[in-house]
Design a protein around this ligand. Structure first.
Ligand code: DX5
Ligand code: ZN
Length: 213
């Protein structure tokens, strides 16, 4: 499977997002990972649809919008209309029926739909919804902040999921050249990485090192 690298904007310098985005675009990013936090589902507040709309204007990269928010169904339209190419909601925040409704809506708009699960959430929670989504995002840190350490305990979950799911499996949190290798070996093919890429002087090299994992 093709390995895709998704720099996470959370670790960028927010005072010059345009420039930061262009740097990773030129350096070979496949997607732009955008972390949306509401101060309820996670203890941090970040980016809303207005900012996603501005980001849409400055890049051709696919916008991979990761919603770490409660009641995502209430905000889906706004993020979709802001220009998202992919939207992920957390399994901890929705019922199966809501997830199905969100998926239907996004597919009708041509937007890819994913579901994510926290490190502490068992795989069993997403098994019933595997047929309703295009991709899965496995959290390898407890969501809320960039720069945390990769939780290796999620590796068996990735491996078990790969045996059941043929679509893209993304891993998010604590990804660097070493942990990317572990994640890919377990079966992941999309790597979201914030601090490792944005703190690197040579972003081409940082992205290549993750891609070659
Ligand atoms: C964590 C976010 C991640 C985060 C990754 O809540 O969902 O996307 O930005 O940052 P690093 O790569 O620094 O762990
Ligand atoms: Zn994320």
């Amino acid at each position: 499977m093709k390995i895709k690298v998704a720099p996470s904007l959370l670790s960028a310098d927010f005072s010059c997002l345009d420039r930061e985005i262009k740097k990773v675009e030129r350096a070979g990013a496949d997607l732009l990972h955008i972390d949306v936090m509401d101060g309820h589902f996670v203890p941090n507040i970040t980016i809303g649809p207005a900012v996603v709309k501005c980001i849409r204007k400055v890049t051709k990269l696919a916008l991979d919008v990761h919603l770490m928010i409660e009641n995502p169904q209430e905000y889906i339209d706004r993020f979709a209309d802001a220009g998202s190419d992919m939207i992920t909601v957390h399994i901890e925040t929705v019922s199966k029926n809501t997830l199905r409704a969100i998926g239907r809506k996004l597919r009708a708009k041509g937007i890819k739909f994913g579901v994510s699960l926290n490190p502490g959430t068992p795989l069993a929670k997403i098994k019933p919804v595997l047929g309703l989504v295009d991709f899965i995002l496995i959290m390898s840190v407890n969501p809320g902040f960039g720069g945390q350490e990769f939780i290796a305990g999620v590796l068996p979950k990735i491996k078990q999921l790969r045996a059941l799911f043929k679509g893209d499996i993304a891993v998010d949190g604590g990804i660097n050249d070493k942990t990317a290798k572990l994640a890919v070996r377990a079966g992941a093919n999309v790597l979201a990485a914030g601090s490792y890429i944005f703190s690197a002087k040579d972003k081409v090299r940082a992205i290549e090192r993750i891609r070659n994992a």
